[in-house]
Ligand binder design. Structure first.
Ligand code: HEM
Length: 504
């Protein structure tokens, strides 16, 4: 451990604010990206701001991402930062309610359920759900009229949220959950979700209705999953399911202890919450961009025509392996996540004084910066994902940049990767995943997302199915972001107009 004498250490610069305790909470809360980028101009890559009595130390840029996401467990704790929000919602003994090494074991259990074999069985299920939804939901009334000249309209956030939960419950969550979607489950999910807001993160317990509903829903949902597990134990014929419950029922900790039923139940709730808004808002932003760019919509459609045309001119559905060969689709999702990563701030609590490397922020005249124990640290890959020194026309949604290995658009990013000895694949394939990468919509390091492949499969199938069935337009132009929810969502107006492509 680096020893820095007290006289040689100093605190990072603090963002100026007028009101004590409240600090910069209003500016950060309204537009965190603008607030962080503005403070970066004034104070550099490392600075502290006050938010409702907490000291938040921000580290920006690739080196800042690395400092926080590559930080050691001895210095930084995700569980201490997130548990006030997540434990009442997920339940006890999982994710951030356990020491980090237990979470690492639980993530391995989840990975067993996220297998390629399971994914292969999911594509057809997802497509079925989307087709059924479009055939019956009132948002697609003109589509259902079978008239290719009649334009209708829908709200992409509503439609994508509903399609996401229907497809996630049909696949990962399992048939018992899916068949209860119209009954108890969706009401419980909505009550639980009402307890997953920035307010609940700051004040974990208040005598308010949303808190009471959250706690009651958590208890009931937990009991519901446990009843599914017991039902499956009693009925061995359901043991060939390809869902997450089936995978978790077979897992054991290294100590030999089986994963208890209540932990399976709480992991299932955690996965539902981790995947729902992240995937549905990414889907909504993607569909909005596609609707605003008929040239890209056409490229997506043509990609399918080229690969999946039947002899009679109709289009067939791709398989999971074929989905992965769609380079335009891949670039469209990747680029949407660059501009609209759903999680704008990644936080940790500082457990032990944490010195800032001079390569990230040069020491002040008073010495090396040290982030003291008790501060929170905040990384925001959303800022490096729009860094004008790395991204050509950084604020433009231009999926072609991902298929343009030698082009101007990628020069800076490629140079960064070369200098850092990182492998960067363009087109379909892994982009740089290191803790220092400037592109981290799924985070990096030990807390990196394990839902990425599932999200790509789910979003890819949703988008290809919609693009195959309808043409879309966005008359009012791209909406701005709403940062008042946990996940960055598109503001209103955001109506998409559409018409049926052809009869299928
Ligand atoms: C972690 C983003 C979908 C499960 C994360 C993190 C990010 C992220 C940024 C890191 C958080 C941190 O370091 O504090 C996303 C995005 C998604 C997505 C952008 C979709 C577009 C999913 C899905 C699942 C999931 C579908 C489940 C099936 C998880 C889990 C973690 C995680 C279990 C690990 C938490 C930890 O280790 O602390 N995700 N996620 N995510 N995500 Fe996702």
């Amino acid at each position: 451990r680096q020893l820095i004498l007290p006289r040689d250490r100093s605190l990072p610069p603090e963002v100026f604010h007028w009101i004590p305790i409240i600090g910069s909470a209003p500016s950060y809360g309204n537009d965190p990206i603008a607030f962080l980028a503005d403070a970066q101009k004034k104070y550099g890559n490392v600075f502290t701001f006050v938010m409702l009595g907490r000291k938040m130390t921000v580290a920006l840029g690739s080196a800042g991402n690395n400092f926080i996401l590559g930080g050691k467990v001895a210095n930084l704790s995700a569980e201490e930062a997130y548990t006030p929000l997540t434990t009442p919602v997920f339940g006890k003994d999982v994710v951030y309610d356990v020491p980090n090494e237990v979470l690492m074991e639980q993530k391995k259990f989840i990975k067993v359920g996220l297998s390629t074999e399971n994914f292969r069985s999911y594509v057809g299920m997802i497509e079925d759900e989307v087709s059924e939804y479009m055939a019956h939901d009132p948002s697609f009334r003109t589509f259902q009229m079978n008239d290719i000249n009649e334009w209708g309209e829908f709200d992409p956030l509503k439609v994508l949220a509903e399609m996401t939960i229907l497809t996630a419950t049909r696949t990962l969550q399992g048939k018992e959950v899916r068949s209860n979607m119209d009954k108890t489950f969706s009401k419980l999910f909505s009550d639980l979700d009402g307890g997953f807001t920035p307010l609940h993160m700051i004040f974990p317990n208040l005598p308010l209705e949303s808190y009471r509903k959250r706690d009651a829903a958590q208890k009931k949902l937990s009991e519901f999953y446990i009843s599914i597990i017991n039902g499956r134990r009693d009925n061995t014929s359901t043991n060939d399911e390809t869902d997450m419950i089936a995978a978790l029922m077979n897992q054991h900790y290294r100590s030999g202890r089986a994963l208890p039923d209540h932990e399976i139940a709480h992991i299932m709730i955690a996965l539902l919450m981790a995947g729902q808004h992240t995937s549905s808002t990414t889907g909504a932003w993607t569909i909005l961009h596609i609707a605003s760019r008929p040239d890209i919509a056409d490229a997506l459609y043509q990609e399918q025509v080229e690969k999946f045309s039947n002899p009679d001119g109709t289009l067939r559905s791709p398989t999971y392996d074929e989905l992965k060969t769609l380079t335009v689709l891949d670039a469209v999702i990747r680029e949407t996540l660059r501009l609209h990563p759903p999680i704008h701030s990644i936080m940790r609590k500082v457990r032990a004084d944490f010195p800032v490397p001079p390569t990230l922020a040069a020491p002040s005249k008073d010495g090396v910066y040290v982030v003291p124990k008790g501060h929170f640290v905040l990384a925001s890959p959303a800022v490096s994902q729009r860094d004008p020194t790395l991204w050509h026309e950084c604020d433009a949604w231009e999926p072609a940049r991902w298929n343009d290995a030698d082009g101007e658009a990628q020069k800076a990013f490629k140079q960064y990767a070369d200098e850092n000895g990182e492998k960067v694949d363009f087109g379909f394939g892994a982009v740089s995943k290191g803790t220092e990468s400037p592109y981290q919509p799924f985070g990096a390091g030990r807390h990196r997302c394990i839902g990425e492949q599932f999200a790509y499969l789910q979003l890819g199938t949703l988008i290809t199915t919609m693009v195959r069935k309808i043409e879309m337009r966005l008359p009012a132009g791209m909406p701005g972001p709403n940062y008042h929810t946990m996940i960055t969502m598109p503001k209103t107006p955001r109506t998409i107009t559409y018409r049926r492509r052809n009869f299928d």
